[in-house]
Write a protein that binds this ligand. Structure first.
Ligand code: SAH
Ligand code: SF4
Length: 299
């Protein structure tokens, strides 16, 4: 923004609001219209974002951190730790760049790229408020989804914002032993207090919470896992989104079979827990979060 006075540019920089700071390092399109972007940042690091068209929906999945400190066992992003938080400007710029490149008005945004959104809370909320603002992107909070591995203080803080965003919780296991192993965050924020925080979010905002559950063969797709999940979620205003596991290079985990995935969904639906299976998008792009970056580095 060289046309702005230097003093104003410095002030915007300090507030983490400099826009136009990302460069497109790589862009890869799949036959279904999904496009993955690898963006370069000022300091030489990179993040990825994904454009997902679906009939008249135009969604961008954006990142909130370079890397992620949470170390979930099944996640490519989690393997190399955190480099840094993104600024508000870097969050918004992913969205603006993709909208411009694709030549579309975006209808939905999901914070499901790299990083743990609730660990970059202030920059994220500031970005959402700008996105909401009629003078900003003028997009309603109900069209924005924040996905978290379950940072309880962040969920409680979000409840206070009264923002009407969609909250998605990456649950992936229905008992603490298994969740401790898959997601180290569970040792600090175990399942029962996490669900209590979700219940509070539901009561205070009137919004349904989504639980994401990535199905890994023989690990969390067994009959006892379905039974435990039903026991935990029965009666809650929620929706379960089953995600077929995306293989991560070097990981011993395998994706559950299609019949196991359908069986798991049917069990939950039979218990009146509304469950869907995530539609696979852009699979030729190695769709798991963090994998474009891995590929770009030649790993
Ligand atoms: N850090 C946030 C948001 C980014 S990850 C979170 O964990 O919620 C977006 C979703 O993809 C999360 O539900 C995450 O658990 C899931 N995910 C990560 N690695 C995956 C993989 N290899 N296969 C399928 N889903 C994966
Ligand atoms: Fe981080 Fe989410 Fe990956 Fe876990 S699943 S390591 S919280 S990006």
């Amino acid at each position: 923004m060289t046309n702005l006075p230097m003093e104003l540019r410095n002030q915007l920089d300090k507030a983490g609001l400099s826009i136009g700071c990302l460069t497109v390092v790589e862009r890869e399109a799949a036959p279904d219209g999904t496009v993955k972007y690898l963006f370069g940042l000022d300091d030489g690091s990179t993040v990825e974002s994904v454009y997902l068209p679906d009939d008249d929906r135009h969604t961008v999945c954006f990142s909130t951190q370079v890397g992620c400190p949470m170390g979930c066992l099944f996640c490519a992003t989690g393997q190399n730790g955190l480099t840094r938080n993104l600024t508000t400007g870097e969050i918004i710029d992913q969205i603006l760049r993709i909208s411009k490149f694709q030549g579309v008005t975006l209808t939905n945004l999901v914070a499901m790229g790299q990083g743990e959104p609730l660990l970059n809370y202030d920059a994220l909320i500031k970005a959402i408020r700008i996105i909401n603002d009629p003078k900003g992107l003028s997009m309603g909070a109900r069209r924005i989804t924040i996905s978290t591995c379950g940072i309880i203080p962040g969920v409680l803080k979000l409840t206070e914002e009264q923002l009407q965003v969609n909250l998605a919780i990456s649950l992936h296991a229905a008992d603490d032993d298994l969740r401790n192993r898959l997601m180290p965050v569970n040792k600090k924020y175990p399942i029962v207090p996490l669900l209590k925080a979700c219940q509070e979010y539901i009561e205070r905002t009137g919004r349904r919470v989504t639980f994401e559950y990535t199905l890994i063969d023989g690990i969390n797709d067994r009959p006892q896992d379905a039974a435990n999940l039903i026991r935990l979620l029965r009666g809650m205003l929620c929706h379960v989104n089953l995600i077929p596991f995306n293989p991560v290079p070097g990981s011993p985990f395998r994706r559950s079979t299609p019949s196991q995935i359908h069986w798991f969904a049917a069990e939950l639906n039979r218990a009146h827990i509304e469950t869907t299976i995530r539609k696979e998008r852009g699979t030729t792009l190695t769709a798991a979060c963090g994998q474009l970056q891995g590929k770009f580095r030649g790993e």
